[in-house]
Ligand binder design. Structure first.
Ligand code: FPP
Length: 222
């Protein structure tokens, strides 16, 4: 969800104001995803590298996350949205971890759109954690190293319960993957837009999906 800082700077506002508008964009994009009947939407909210930001900005982001969870929970439940978190969110402050666990448990049986929020997420970290889990099973004799398949590896990633990733949208003109879903994007279509995240919403999501719908996907075939 890039571009919050630039959105604020353009208006001579503090970065926090950009993040706050970013949360409004999260709300409208999640609603749009639900209305379009998307099976899943994953939002990159906080990367494992974002800890390098000034303490005040990290604290602003955590405050927005707390507020978002408190405010949105009823709407998620009412609208059959299932929430999951990818990333090592257990390392966040304990009250946030408890709020997230509660939200996950209370929406676990919903079968509408799945909203996955990436928190303290880094794709390389995710793959290392999956590797360690598989290695532990191998040491315990539960799986033979030579039998490990791509499906086994995918099943140990944080995204195990998500469908294959069709489309990745990157906002604000950036053209990098930034340690996001590196395994999962093997055959994903990429969509880049100059729109800054706070200006993203239903119309931009629809435009991205229309672009996706016009693409020919061959998955390595011909
Ligand atoms: C990137 O923009 C944005 C982030 C690092 C944070 C995104 C977080 C939110 C929108 C709010 C919290 C999320 C939820 C789900 C409640 P940037 O700051 O790098 O902007 P810039 O590239 O213009 O500097």
């Amino acid at each position: 969800m890039d571009g919050n800082g630039r959105w604020a700077k353009k208006r001579h506002l503090p970065r926090a104001a950009g993040h706050k508008r970013g949360v409004d964009a999260v709300r409208s994009t999640v609603r749009a995803a639900r209305d379009l009947g998307l099976e899943a939407l994953t939002l990159y909210a906080f990367s494992s590298e974002n800890w390098k930001r000034p303490e005040e900005e990290v604290s602003d982001l955590m405050g927005l996350l707390r507020h978002f969870i408190k405010k949105e929970i009823d709407e998620f439940i009412a609208n059959n949205v299932r929430l999951i978190v990818i990333g090592n969110y257990q390392a966040l402050e304990s009250d946030i971890v408890a709020m997230i666990d509660d939200l996950i448990a209370r929406t676990a049986h919903n079968d509408g759109t799945t909203l996955a929020i990436a928190l303290n997420y880094g794709s390389q970290d995710e793959m290392i954690r999956a590797t360690r889990a598989l290695a532990a099973k191998a040491v315990a004799g539960e799986i033979a190293p030579g039998d490990i398949t791509e499906a086994d590896f995918a099943a140990h990633l944080d995204t195990a319960s998500l469908p294959p990733l069709d489309l990745l949208i990157r906002t604000s003109g950036e053209q990098r993957l930034s340690n996001f879903l590196l395994w999962q994007t093997a055959y994903t279509e990429l969509y880049f837009t100059d729109v800054l995240w706070p200006d993203f919403g239903a119309a931009e999501l629809k435009a991205a999906i229309d672009s996706f719908a016009g693409r020919e996907r061959r998955f390595g075939g011909r």
